[in-house]
Design a protein around this ligand. Sequence first.
Ligand code: HEC
Ligand code: HEC
Length: 354
Amino acid sequence: MRWHICSSKATSSPDTNVWYGLLTTRMGLAATRFSIAHGGSWGRLLLVVQLAVLVCGLPARSSNSDVPNAVQVAGDEPITPIPQPPAADPLKVKLGEQLFNDPQLSRDGTRACVACHDTRTNGAKPPASKLAQDGPESAFDALTVFNATLNFRLNWEGNFRTLESHTLSSLESPGGLQSPVNDTVTKLAADARTRSEFLVAYGHNPDPPSLLDAITVYERSLLTPGSRFDLWLAGDTTALSAQELAGYQLFKSYGCVSCHQGVNVGGNLFERQGVFHPLVARKPELVRVPSLRNVATTPPYFHDGSAPTLEEAVRRMAFAQLNRTMPDRDIAAVAAFLGTLTGNYHGHRIGDAP
Ligand code: HEC
Ligand code: HEC
């Protein structure tokens, strides 16, 4: 399909273009399959735009940017900086945060969202959490809530299109808080302090729409700007070490960036896991490409949590998704680059307890 969209650019750089050609064709197929299976003109439009950008833009860019510099960087990279959180009513954000941390929201009063999404550290499940072992939730490794609202779909399977529908499911599902939303609202309304906080923020007693709204407003505030990579994107040439910069170049030249790009370095398309070689035995085969923002802070990796270190995840990615055996030196450089994607939340670095 690349030849139809932009045949003139496609011949520029021999080596990388072969890979991009191969990849984008595969991605085109995957995207088409997904569109057929799931419908939705918005999703289809996004994927088409995505593919056009990839097919036309990346090969030309990667062949031109072997030696990056600050001037060239701005506006000419396949990754864009994390923005500041959107303007929001501080009362609703505060109420949402409180609800996120409130075990009253669960059926038996024992767990809150924060039990699996520790916003004091990495927004994902603490490694030693007992919740990792029991119950149907263990089907998937917990995703971080940081920057989740920038993903085009939610969850590993990308089976939620809106934050509201996802939040409702987190409240009610067996893998979440297991409490029907009407029961939760009744509980919250019986608590004088919570009731008055809803009154102040929403002008009425808790009801399902205001409960969902408060949590989603809070989730939209969970952005992590200011990573060293974003500082470099903004023109600070001293923000990255030579090894990290080399890692970014490798990330582009190996072709990682064809699946992991955009503001979240992923999170904006569906791909098969195990394109050339098996990656994760467990289903699903087609997943939403995960975001690599703050990835150094969220081991273990992959939807089954089967890669304990970032280095192992990088090595397996190169082999399974790109049919490349990466030398250790390249793995170290790419992992170092991925470490520069760690941002900040409320003045602390993601992953470090404040
Ligand atoms: C028992 C652990 C657990 C609890 C409790 C829990 N989550 Fe999750 N959360 C997960 C797991 C596991 C995933 C990935 C699920 C999947 O992909 O199917 C996830 C995914 C998410 C995502 C999607 C992230 C992305 O990048 O797509 C968001 C947002 C989220 N949870 C918010 C919440 C909120 C809000 C609550 C409370 C109402 C909550 N979670 C409660 C384990 C949990
Ligand atoms: C063809 C698309 C594609 C390419 C190319 C690709 N990835 Fe991935 N990446 C994925 C998918 C899909 C997953 C999720 C796999 C799973 O768990 O099912 C993933 C997962 C990851 C993860 C784990 C994220 C997490 O939170 O668990 C890392 C790290 C990663 N990729 C890095 C890379 C690197 C480095 C490269 C280049 C060597 C690369 N990827 C190339 C699609 C791709």
